[in-house]
Design a binder for this molecule. Sequence first.
Ligand SMILES: [Zn+2]
Length: 304
Amino acid sequence: MNPQRPPMRPNRPPMSREEYMRRQAYYRRMQQRKQMQRRIAILAVLSLFLIMTIILISVALHRAAAPTGLPTETSADTQQTAAPETTGSEPTTTVPAVSTTQQTTICIDPGHGFDDPGASSTFLGSTQEKDITLAISLKLRDELTARGYKVLMTHDTNQIPADAPAGEPYLFGVRKRAPYVNELSPDFLISIHADAFDDPSVQGARVYYHSATGKDNTVINRIAQRIVDALTLALQGAKKAPLLVEKPDDSAYYILRNVDMPAVLVEVGFVSNENDAANMLDDAWQTKVVLALADGIDQTFGTK
Ligand SMILES: [Zn+2]
């Protein structure tokens, strides 16, 4: 919501090598994909042509060889087609790939980041939404990793790498994240945000999910409900209990509507509310929220 772009913070650690390489690889793949699709189309046409040629040749050969047919075969029907072996090309049967690991993959999306600060307020001071979402996301990453999950992140720093090529389309924009997450293909996506509202009295955490029209939304409803329940338990005594918010197609957050896996977006509170903002800046409160989110996720994806 803040159109002003703050200067980069050089004291922040640079983007992790792994994260940077993954991002670079993603864009390279995106570029290669179109080229690859064109090649596949050409190959398909050529293959079809080749198969047709082989069939025509084998039919012609069979007809030429027909008079010297084997004695075991009744000569009544010389139109009998050739046995499959004689076509020369065996049909390739593809064995479905078996996953080598049963480890559940969770993708964490720290809301905003880099040159997109997200929400800000006087209660937060110089801290911005992107700082809060990243801090909570990194804690959640560590907690889920400790619980045995494979964790992927849409980004794990807000620092643009010094060696980033000019004009590189980083995944700052929320619209660029959905296809990136689809490419990472986790079992579950959790996007962390903080809300802002004109009325400073509005407060509390909210867990959003997308209820797609014409689809069975039971699974995502259950996952989101468990996360809200875990948050409610952890934040007992909060002035406003956490809310579960179901959003239909036209009003759901872009990322929730455009990822292929179950996903929730958690607004941990309102930066525009003094109490919520103070909580967000509190390390112990952040940890409490993180443990609750991990518990909620565990209740669906955990093995215990
Ligand atoms: Zn946000």
